[in-house]
Design a protein around this ligand. Structure first.
Ligand code: G3H
Ligand code: 13P
Ligand code: ZN
Length: 330
């Protein structure tokens, strides 16, 4: 049993309380390798932002949970070395069952998500409550989910979305004791968040997606005043980066994300954690593809992973400053 407190990590309680009060959101960036971790920490130190390092089940399998935990511990020291001691939480993203949540609590995670959203309502309450009881006994915070996001992302699969029903949120939160609630208001995982036929096109032929359901968010806020709300699937799928990918041998067709102004609006509300993974993948892929095309003789991984890391860092700095509003809040 390793407590996150011995690793210098923090849970999300204080982070969220400050974010809700301050009208901004904490960035929750997924990582599964060293370059991503370095970019996230560099970006958050340079913008003085608190951060949630997120590990999915897929990341845990890919990189090994123990290694990831040591990397998060290293991240705390790395941030100090870079000159600023930002609050860092280590969070399990989309925990599917009690066992994975327990394994993460036991190995030093400071926060876990139990994603029971695919289960019937009563079953979701049952498994979420069980995770909350275990996690809270170790001062680990828990994120639950109500409503289903559309989209396909490795282990996170849902064919159809179901918006969160505002009339369920008070009952769910009081019966489970969760510390935060992920909701479904029109976002989805991955780089193709909407089908082209759901969008309109602007003069340049760029897809414009339908707006998020802010009416549902407002209704939830009314029912749970001051309670931390989480938005998954919040990548914006930057079209300039998609263009770089497609101009350098890639094939990302009809990729479309959530416009940044809508995320900024959400961050000013009860949304205090915004999950971003796909945009980071896109930034890294664009940088790597560019090196491969521009310098085909290159075979030192540092020569393409380095630019990928730099590009990721710049992207996340801009997110913290312009989208989440978390810059200078650490
Ligand atoms: O929510 C999904 C995240 O983007 C994690 O994706 O399961 O491919 O690691 P992954
Ligand atoms: P994106 O695929 O939009 O980056 O969402 C990531 C996410 O929700 C991780 O839980
Ligand atoms: Zn997610």
């Amino acid at each position: 049993m390793t407590s996150y407190k011995d690793l210098g990590l923090v849970n999300t309680k204080e982070m969220f309380a400050k974010a809700v009060k301050g009208g901004y959101a904490i960035p929750a960036y997924n990582f599964n390798n060293m370059e991503q971790m370095q970019a996230i920490i560099q970006a958050c130190v340079e913008t003085k932002s608190p951060v949630i390092l997120q590990v999915s089940a897929g990341a845990r399998q890919y990189a090994n949970q123990t290694l990831l935990r040591y990397m998060a511990q290293g991240a705390v020291e790395y941030a100090k070395e870079l000159g600023y001691n930002i609050p860092i939480a280590l969070h399990l993203d989309h925990g599917a069952d009690f066992e994975i949540c327990k394994a993460c609590v036991d190995s030093g995670f400071s926060s876990v998500m139990i994603d029971g959203s695919h289960h019937p309502y009563e079953k979701n309450i049952e498994i979420t409550k069980k995770v909350v009881e275990y996690a809270h006994a170790h001062d680990v915070t828990v994120e639950g989910e109500l409503g289903v996001l559309a989209g396909v992302e490795d282990d996170v699969v849902a064919e159809k979305s179901t918006y969160t029903k505002p009339e369920e949120v008070e009952d769910f939160v009081s019966k489970t004791g969760v510390d935060s609630l992920a909701i479904s208001i029109g976002t989805s995982h991955g780089a193709n968040k909407f089908k082209p036929e759901q969008c309109t096109r602007n003069a340049e032929g760029i897809l414009i997606p339908p707006p998020l359901r802010f009416d549902i968010l407002e209704e939830i806020e009314k029912r749970l005043p001051g309670f931390p709300i989480v938005l998954h699937g919040s990548s914006s799928v930057p079209q300039d980066l998609v263009k770089v990918i497609n101009e350098h041998g890639g094939k990302m067709a009809d990729a479309v994300g959530i416009p940044e102004e809508q995320l900024r609006k959400a961050a000013k509300s009860a949304v205090c954690k915004i999950n971003i993974d796909s945009d980071g993948r896109i930034a890294m892929t664009a940088a790597v593809r560019k090196v491969f095309v521009d310098s085909p003789g290159e075979f030192d991984p540092r020569k393409f992973l380095g630019p990928a890391r730099d590009s990721l860092k710049e992207l996340y700095k801009l997110k913290n400053i312009n989208v989440l509003g978390s810059a200078n809040q650490a």
